[in-house]
Design a protein around this ligand. Structure first.
Ligand SMILES: *Cc1c(COP(=O)(O)O)cnc(C)c1O
Length: 389
């Protein structure tokens, strides 16, 4: 049998076997800040590492291949990726439409920049069709979509959002951090730009903060690369090399993540201590059909509500042996977060309740430890929760 190497295979192998000097299978790191000119007439491919670096470019190529875009811009954090997108793609006095439940750091960045007059921003519940349409019935320069959302795993139809955004004249940008390109590729559904906090699934080992942006066309890719250099937010060579190393295993990791998550969802569903499970894989989840259409797999983020409220959440978390109580997600280690007091603590209790973040809500980032150990840890936690509820 013969044929081309798959898109996934090419992305996971980007930069392997490219070393001309010693045939090292993995690419070397180029930590250097500057590169010499042969003569003043001959500009080298690389001159200064803020604007371009061979190690960082390999990661950009890998992420772009996985997302099906043209060129990846690698930044020092996910928020640096968003900063680059806003600077490159929103004109003076432009207008942004963003999800009302977007990542908290994204919300803060949009509020701070709009507060300085950089642009105006409207936050909208994109799962409310009437409100979503109303937000786009006047011109918009950039539509930001984040699906699934944090922490309630609400889904937005990417194709529909891209159509609505384009009709309003917007560049449509998807934050694909929660899925990773292995589970969802927004460019295939008409989005123009996709971005990541590579801190999460793409690196996957909770040891680098980073970001990536990929455009579907050359011009936007060039604009984004230009702005990342102008702003000075490009990632370091060492971080880029580490993320490239993490990315090599993403397909294998995600398969274990998702299988473990399915086992935990089976335990949570119907358990007496649990009043509600938010997981796109469940047929009664409001976004289930969208997930089937646009995702490969339902992911390893789960949130659930304990019948016993906050005391039950405290009892659940006290005594966990594998799940660490921590923010962030997408690493090989399993984590539990209490959104009301951790990731979403900046919201008032009223705003939290309006957003569905109840005192008994917990969010899991399911890791790749043995499923049997994770299920035992959760089952013990539910027993503790039931005893106070
Ligand atoms: C973490 C995260 C970000 C921000 O990324 P950093 O790497 O922490 O700057 C943006 N969007 C989503 C969905 C995230 O989860």
């Amino acid at each position: 049998m013969s044929g081309d190497i798959s898109q996934l295979g090419r992305g996971l192998r980007a930069g392997l076997d490219a070393d001309q000097a010693f045939r090292s299978i993995v690419p070397p790191i180029y930590p250097g800040t500057n590169f010499s000119f042969e003569s003043i007439e001959l500009r080298p491919q690389y001159d200064y590492s803020r604007s371009g670096n061979p190690t960082r470019d390999l990661l950009g190529e890998a992420v772009a291949t996985l997302e099906g875009g043209v060129k990846g811009v690698i930044t020092a954090s996910g928020l640096a990726a968003l900063t680059t997108v806003f600077a490159a793609l929103v004109p003076a006095n432009g207008r942004i439409v963003a999800p009302h439940d977007c990542y908290g750091g994204t919300w803060r960045l949009l509020m701070h920049l709009s507060g300085k007059g950089s642009f105006s921003v409207d936050f909208v519940d994109q799962t409310d069709e009437d409100a979503f349409r109303a937000s786009l019935d006047r011109p918009c320069d950039l539509l930001l979509v984040e699906t699934p959302s944090n922490p309630l795993l609400r889904l937005v139809d990417l194709r529909h959002a891209a159509d609505l955004g384009h009709a309003a004249g917007a560049v449509v940008v998807a934050d694909n951090t929660f899925c990773s390109p292995v589970r969802q590729r927004p460019l295939e559904f008409g989005c123009d730009v996709v971005l990541h906090s590579t801190t999460k699934f793409i690196n996957g080992h909770s040891d680098v903060v980073g970001g990536a942006v990929v455009a579907s066309d050359e011009q936007r890719a060039a604009d984004l690369a230009h702005w990342a250099n102008v702003l000075g937010v490009t990632a370091s060579p060492l971080d880029s090399w580490l993320v490239l190393r993490g990315l090599r295993t993403i397909d294998a990791r995600v398969r274990v993540h998702d299988a473990n998550a399915a086992d935990i969802v089976a335990l949570l569903s119907g358990h007496a201590a649990v009043s509600r499970v938010h997981y796109p894989g469940l047929p009664d989840h409001p976004g289930h059909d969208i997930a089937v259409r646009q995702q490969h797999g339902f992911g390893s983020m789960i949130s659930f509500e304990l019948t016993g409220g906050r005391p039950a959440a405290e009892a659940f978390c006290r005594g966990l042996r594998i799940f660490d109580i921590a923010e962030s997600l997408g690493g090989v280690e399993s984590l539990v977060a209490h959104p009301a007091s951790m990731t979403h603590a900046a919201m008032t209790p009223e705003a939290q309740l309006a957003a569905g973040i109840t005192p008994g809500l917990l969010r899991l980032s399911v890791g790749i430890e043995p499923s049997v150990d994770l299920v035992t840890d959760i089952a013990d936690g539910l027993e503790r929760a039931a005893s106070v509820g």
